[in-house]
Design a binder for this molecule. Structure first.
Ligand code: ADP
Ligand code: F6P
Length: 345
């Protein structure tokens, strides 16, 4: 945190990377908090692209009325490859200065924070990140904005899949998002009672083979009798994803199997209460951090407290899965017990 404090008159805000439920709530909180403290807010549309194009719109409380109940982002988001270039950061700095912006709030994931750090190398203003991504793969915050909604959506879909899977004694492979992290996979599997999950974190330990999977399915059927088998598959964890795996199980092992890709459904609909509340708190926290002179930090919630985490740590350190949840879902709730465990029962 910087010690030199200047009067903050005008701040910028943008949403960047994959949109996440709650980004609108975070934007609303930033605008309302800024207005509360007598600061003007300028929003840049389409993430970093808007910084380069000077696509700037002033925002007041009236502009953010009744937006917190919607996913997406009213100021748009984007991925902007060009922003990695030094010239792009320099242009962004020039545009920010021409608008007399004292500080910038970036709502996005770890990629967006790298962008913020890159900009900080070329711009004198304060920069604060607010964690918004469904993936929850940002170090330093217990949860990211959007994650709770994505898990709730995946759980709801898995409950529905269970009804039809059970009715026809089928195997279902349900593919969820998460980029390279298994947070959505683990928590949707646990909250829906899935029989199996393939997560990046588990694959690193010991990659699941098709024969081991078939063995598991058959063993579960043996133990439980007729019924369904639902597996949660994190994206990018099987060549060809849920469709290829399901086709392989049907063709080669004659298992009645169907794939289901949840995809971008996980990013839409009404944000969960937890995301609206987290976004509201962190949006205000970001503005208050600016007033306190903070720079190059993420406004985060950790162990029930609002904290400031150095931006670099958010991607240099790894946000681990909850080991206890992983143990419970993968071992204790695994319908197939190891031989020794079975003998002891
Ligand atoms: P997320 O913020 O959800 O992780 P991305 O990884 O797509 O999403 O990053 C969003 C944007 O942040 C990118 O499109 C790019 O504009 C910017 N960005 C990401 N990494 C860097 C980097 N190393 N340097 C500069 N900008 C970056
Ligand atoms: O980072 C959020 C996320 O939804 C990831 O879970 C997913 O891998 C990616 O974005 C999808 O990106 P796009 O919306 O560009 O297809």
């Amino acid at each position: 945190m910087s010690t030199s404090q200047k009067t903050i008159k005008r701040i910028g805000v943008l949403t960047s990377g994959g949109d996440a439920p709650g980004m609108n709530a975070a934007l609303r909180a930033v605008v309302l908090a800024a207005e509360h403290y007598g600061i003007e807010t300028i929003a840049f549309r389409h993430g970093y692209q808007g910084l380069l194009d000077n696509d700037a719109v002033p925002m007041q409380a009236k502009d953010v009325l009744h937006i917190l109940q919607y996913s997406g982002t009213i100021i748009k988001s984007a991925r902007c490859r060009r922003f990695k270039e030094v010239e792009a950061a320099q242009l962004a700095a020039k545009n920010l200065d021409s608008l007399n912006i004292d500080a910038l709030i970036v709502i996005g994931g770890d990629g967006s924070f790298r962008g913020a750090d890159h900009l900080a190398n070329h711009w004198q203003g304060q920069i604060i990140g607010v964690p918004g991504t469904i993936d929850n793969d940002v170090y330093g915050t217990d949860q990211t904005i959007g994650y709770a909604t994505a898990v709730a959506i995946a759980m709801d879909a898995l409950d529905k899949i269970r009804d039809t899977a059970d009715a026809m004694d089928r195997v279902f492979i349900v593919e969820v998002m998460g980029r390279d992290a298994g947070f959505i996979g683990l928590c949707s599997a646990m909250s829906s009672g899935a029989e199996r999950m393939i997560l990046p974190e588990l694959q690193k330990e010991k990659a699941l083979t098709i024969s081991a999977l078939v063995k598991h399915i058959k063993r579960v059927q043996e133990i439980r009798g007729e019924g369904s088998y639902v597996m949660v598959l994190s994206e990018h964890q099987w060549p060809g994803g849920a469709v290829a795996l399901s086709e392989q199980l049907e063709a080669e092992y004659h298992l009645p199997c169907r794939p289901c890709l949840l995809g971008h459904i996980q990013r839409g609909g009404p944000p969960a209460p937890a995301d609206r509340i987290l976004a509201s708190e962190l949006g205000v926290h970001a503005v208050e951090l600016i007033l306190a002179g903070a720079h190059r930090v993420m406004a985060a919630k950790s162990q029930n407290a609002c904290v400031a985490v150095p931006l670099r740590e958010t991607w240099e350190k790894k946000h681990p899965l909850d080991e206890n949840l992983l143990r419970i879902q993968h071992e204790i709730f695994n319908p197939v017990k190891k031989k020794q465990q079975r003998a002891a029962l």
